[in-house]
Design a binder for this molecule. Structure first.
Ligand SMILES: [Zn+2]
Length: 373
């Protein structure tokens, strides 16, 4: 299919992809090493004991919250160079971003503060559950985790995303009318169509439904609005409608619930087996949190290929819906070509890389399937 000789841009995309895969491996090794050092050097126990001595046994939840905040900050500090290289240096080198260091750093600090707040809330609740119901905490922690994810996805477009990007209602016109008509036909209530201001910062293009329920809105990046035909934009949105019609959010929620339940249960087994051996009197001692995080981390790595396999199937199903709805694969295929070109995606990654790491099928496979329909 297509030109057998890769273009300059395609070669660059392959190179960019290879660097990302290497960075991914480095990141895994670094996280595992940091967790091991934190746990086995006694630094984690020292921090939790120090905080506990300062706040007293009565205020255990303050100790837990402070421990989490300090730990997340410490990890981000240790990973700083890697974050800087992968999300700033590399992006600028490949001309995917035109952000200055100051702009990048501002966003980095903002997202770190959000991470610290969210992790502190999550771990405070999980560690309270560990204390109150040492045998059944994993069950309640899974329920809490899913509720937390639902609330977060509701708040994301309203509170968090505007901190990083500018959103403004898309002006009335043919496109807005066509988008709203498509949503109406699909029976999807949306709060509005928005322009997602990116071009000042990044050259990547994107379109999405964001939010759930009453906060659901359509966001189209300005890079998409300037570079794509209405047919292409509508084909991309029809794919999103496909996800909605196929109940993919509910499916995702179900898979996440099962994975959360399994992950927390395995952590429960690990903590009950090993926290004593590491010198902790109770499984709810936050000093053993690196062990807890390590088991969740390993579980997420092992389960990732399965979650990705499920996700890739849902992507193909949404593509099929879009093609059936728009009556032709042409617009979707040309949108894929443009997106790959613009976002510098490797159209044909190695099969094993796609199997292990990618939540979306490769552009080459999506085009091939679309052409078969
Ligand atoms: Zn999709």
């Amino acid at each position: 299919m297509g030109d057998p000789i890769p273009t300059q841009r395609e070669l660059m995309a392959q190179e960019y992809d290879a660097i990302h895969n290497r960075l991914f491996v480095i990141q895994i090794l670094l996280v595992a090493a940091l967790l091991a050092v934190y746990q086995f050097s006694g630094a984690s126990a020292m921090l939790s004991n120090g905080l506990s001595a300062r706040f007293g046994e009565q205020l255990w939840y303050v100790t837990n919250a402070a421990y989490t905040a300090i730990t997340v900050f410490g990890f981000a500090a240790c990973m700083f160079l890697l974050s800087y290289y992968s999300s700033h240096v590399l992006e600028r080198h490949y001309e995917l971003s035109s952000e200055t260091f100051g702009e990048w750093f501002g966003d980095f600090v903002k997202s770190l503060l959000i991470d610290i707040a969210l992790a502190t809330l999550l771990f405070s609740v999980i560690y309270a559950l560990l204390r109150w119901m040492p045998n059944w905490w994993w069950l309640f922690a899974s329920v809490f985790y899913i509720l937390f994810a639902i609330v977060l996805s509701t708040l994301l477009p309203l509170v968090i995303m505007p901190l990083f990007h500018k959103f403004e209602p898309l002006e009335e016109g043919n496109l807005t009318t066509a988008v709203l008509q498509m949503m109406d036909e699909a029976g999807i209530q949306v709060e509005g169509v928005y322009k997602w201001g990116m071009d000042a910062r990044t050259n990547a293009a994107n379109a999405a439904f964001s939010g759930v329920g009453r906060t659901k809105r359509i966001v189209l990046s300005d890079t998409l609005l300037t570079g794509y035909s209405h047919e292409e934009i509508l084909a991309i949105l029809a794919h999103e409608v496909g996800h909605y019609k196929n109940h993919d959010t509910a499916r995702l929620m179900l898979t996440s619930s099962v994975l959360a339940l399994l992950g927390f249960y395995i952590s429960h087994l690990v903590l009950t087996q090993l926290s004593g051996a590491l010198g902790f009197a109770h499984i709810f001692d936050i000093g053993a949190a690196p062990l807890f995080m390590f088991s969740l981390f390993i579980f997420s790595l092992v389960s990732m290929p399965f979650a990705n396999m499920h996700s890739r199937r849902r992507e193909f199903a949404a593509d099929a819906y879009a093609i059936q709805k728009t009556g032709s694969a042409d617009a979707l295929v040309s949108a894929f070509e443009k997106l790959a070109e613009q976002n510098l995606s490797n159209k044909e990654p190695a099969a094993w890389v796609e199997f292990l790491l990618h939540s979306h099928p490769s552009i080459a496979r999506r085009i091939e399937r679309a052409r078969e329909r």
